[in-house]
Design a protein around this ligand. Structure first.
Ligand code: ZN
Length: 269
């Protein structure tokens, strides 16, 4: 396993190191109690050293001994870090074979994606526009206009993800997207903070426009995949799954074992 330096969506650079298989398996177990803690531990385990803090305040993002304080990193960087962890751990980890449940029929369909950045792979990584990057560096809030109201908002970090996870446990019926938006939005012009959640939940189509306007000021990685069902041929979009097959790609080992057995059998004939 060779260490590799990755450039994250914010521009931060981190040297990542491959993890042990037992570490990868532990992540799958950890996910059952807390996704946020599982991801944070995985990222910490795969971090060799912080190379360049990018737009982050070095005091805020650098941990002891050149480590990264992953809970203070933006969710977009954390997500990219999970992919980097897989890429640096498995020599052929860029080929991600998965099974996606069809949206229109009861079947699962195999799907393959190359986790390397475009153009080598299929992963679309996008940077923050210059102006937004400057705001982020200065710690200034972002702004969007929704229904003629000025809405100020911030980018979310691992610490915010942890709050969302806690809130979701307290209110199992709540929509986690709503909870995250409640944290993301700092203030809505002319509205009392107690009315914020009702305002968010009451938004119609303008919510999509608002999210689009926000994402234009954010960096990130596009983890939406286009799937064509093998059974019913319908085409649909799905979110890249970060499940057990992502962390421990057993399929690959099984394929290799089958191939070896088949070759051995042919040699006997
Ligand atoms: Zn189908």
């Amino acid at each position: 396993m060779t260490n590799r330096i990755f450039t994250f969506p914010t521009g931060m650079q981190v040297e990542m190191k491959g993890r042990s298989i037992s570490g990868m398996k532990a992540t799958v177990n950890d996910m059952m109690s807390s996704l946020v803690n599982a991801h944070t531990k995985a990222l910490e385990d795969a971090t060799a050293k912080l190379v360049d803090p990018g737009p982050y305040d070095p005091e805020e993002i650098a941990g002891p001994n050149d480590t990264v304080k992953w809970l203070d990193a933006l969710s977009e960087d954390r997500l990219y870090g999970l992919i980097a962890t897989r890429l640096v751990t498995y020599p052929e980890g860029h080929i991600y074979q998965m099974e996606i449940a069809c949206m229109r029929c009861p079947n699962k369909t195999p799907h393959k994606t190359d986790l390397r950045n475009e153009p080598d792979g299929d992963l679309l990584v996008y940077e923050m526009p210059e102006e937004a990057l400057e705001k982020f560096k200065q710690g200034e809030p972002f702004e969007v206009t929704v229904l003629d109201k000025k809405v100020t908002w911030k980018q979310l970090t691992g610490k915010h993800e942890r709050i969302v996870e806690k809130l979701a446990r307290q209110e199992p019926n709540a929509d986690t997207d709503d909870l995250a938006m409640g944290l993301r939005i700092i203030e809505i012009e002319g509205l009392h903070r107690n009315d914020k959640m009702d305002w968010i939940k009451g938004l119609g189509a303008e919510r999509i426009t608002m999210q689009d306007d926000m994402s234009e000021q954010t960096c990130g990685v596009d983890t939406v995949i286009d799937v064509v069902c093998q059974h019913c041929k319908s085409r649909f979009e799905a979110a890249l799954p970060f499940d057990a097959d992502f962390w421990v790609p057993l399929q690959k080992f099984r394929d290799r074992r089958r191939r070896r057995l088949r070759e051995a059998r042919q040699n006997q004939i």
